[in-house]
Design a protein around this ligand. Structure first.
Ligand code: KG4
Ligand code: ZN
Length: 337
């Protein structure tokens, strides 16, 4: 019998609902919240209100697009955390109500594990290479920068973490300093393509072991611009592409450097990246070069599954379903998982 999972993701500012059948995506809808753009970051209260408004229509659309009936759904998977508590509460409550009304199991999912398991999402008509275990994955998103070893689909060990800002935050905060709206990562990526990565030098953060730090880079970027703007008020406009290319270059070199270190320390050659920042073209190109040099079996996620999406929650839910890992209705969301 086919196993059909309804998956719900609401950890931050995207309301996403997906239908996954036997590991294949039947639909994956994302309602992004433009409301935060002018605030320079996600406003938690506005995010939870937008989730409330979006969750029913997005679910309805996901079911229609998948071409299934609600009675075909075997379980409801939802993001339990980490994330914004108010946003998580909307998804959790909705998932519980849905599961209860159909009398089907509820499955809680760790958002970070789901980002890594995005590598296992299958699509009809697309050939997918699947990583084998142990799988070393660098998770880089707006909220997290972690070095993760997956020992099986559901067993993960975190071997490196950021001690302050996440890589995505470094993109977003530096972008904000340049006057870009939130999230700035995609625009920096685009502008960097026409810039010189060696035009400016910013302090490369150095932290021992496999941990990361990005707050110093943000401060150095801010001070650098403050000084240049004193001499030339149009400095940012005149040098946008070079600033973006130089900033992206530092962030990417830190990430690649740590990944190479982790690969050497663990001896793992099955290597991947995941999370919103893994959409970055500079990172994708740099990791391909590194993989060629070091003989890695490299996994780069499909661009649709890099930023927050419910398909990754659904694939994780699917593996949990196979193991019979269901949740009780007394479960509550966790801002920190
Ligand atoms: O995984 P995600 O959607 O949300 C979290 O779980 O945090 O990641 C969002 C982050 C944002 O910081 C955004 O600026 C960054 O991913 N991002 C990018 C790119 N696309 C998204 N950063 C750099 N280059 C990109 N192309
Ligand atoms: Zn995420």
């Amino acid at each position: 019998m086919a196993i059909t999972i309804l998956a719900i993701e609401s950890s931050c500012d995207d309301t996403s609902v997906a239908i996954i059948r036997d590991g294949y995506v039947l639909s994956n809808l994302i309602a992004s919240q433009a409301i935060h753009m002018s605030y320079g970051g996600v406003v938690p209260e506005l995010a939870s209100r937008a989730h409330q408004a979006n969750i029913v229509p997005v679910t309805h659309e996901a079911i229609l697009k998948a071409g299934i009936k609600t009675s075909d759904i075997n379980a409801v998977a939802f993001t339990r955390g980490p994330g914004l508590l108010g946003s998580l509460l909307v998804g959790t409550s909705f998932a519980k109500g849905f599961a209860l009304s159909l009398e089907i199991p509820l499955i809680e999912v760790n958002h970070l594990q789901a980002h890594v398991l995005a590598h296992f999402i299958l699509e009809k008509g697309r050939e997918t290479r699947l990583p084998s275990f142990p799988f070393l994955c660098l998770l880089v998103s707006g909220g997290h920068t972690r070095m993760i070893v997956m020992k099986s689909h559901l067993e993960m060990e975190v071997i490196g973490n950021t001690i302050d800002d996440a890589a995505g935050e470094a993109f977003d905060k530096c972008g904000k300093v340049m006057g870009f709206s939130y999230p700035a990562g995609p625009l920096i990526d685009k502008l960097a393509k026409d810039g010189n990565k060696n035009a400016f030098r910013f302090a490369k953060p150095s932290v021992k072991g496999l941990d990361f730090s990005f707050s110093g880079l943000k401060t150095s970027f801010l001070y650098f611009l403050r000084d240049r703007l004193k001499e030339d008020p149009d400095f940012i406009d005149r040098n946008k592409a070079d600033l973006c290319a130089s900033l992206q270059f530092v962030i990417v070199s830190v990430l690649i450097g740590k990944l190479a270190k982790a690969a050497a320390l663990t001896g793992i050659k099955e290597i991947g990246i995941a999370g919103g920042v893994s959409a970055n073209s500079g990172l994708r190109n740099a990791i391909k070069e590194e993989a060629d040099k070091r003989n890695w079996n490299l996994f780069i996620p499909d661009i649709n599954y890099t930023t927050d999406n419910a398909a990754m929650i659904g694939i994780t839910g699917y593996y949990k379903y196979l193991r019979g890992e269901f949740s009780d209705h007394s479960i509550t969301p966790l801002a920190r998982y």
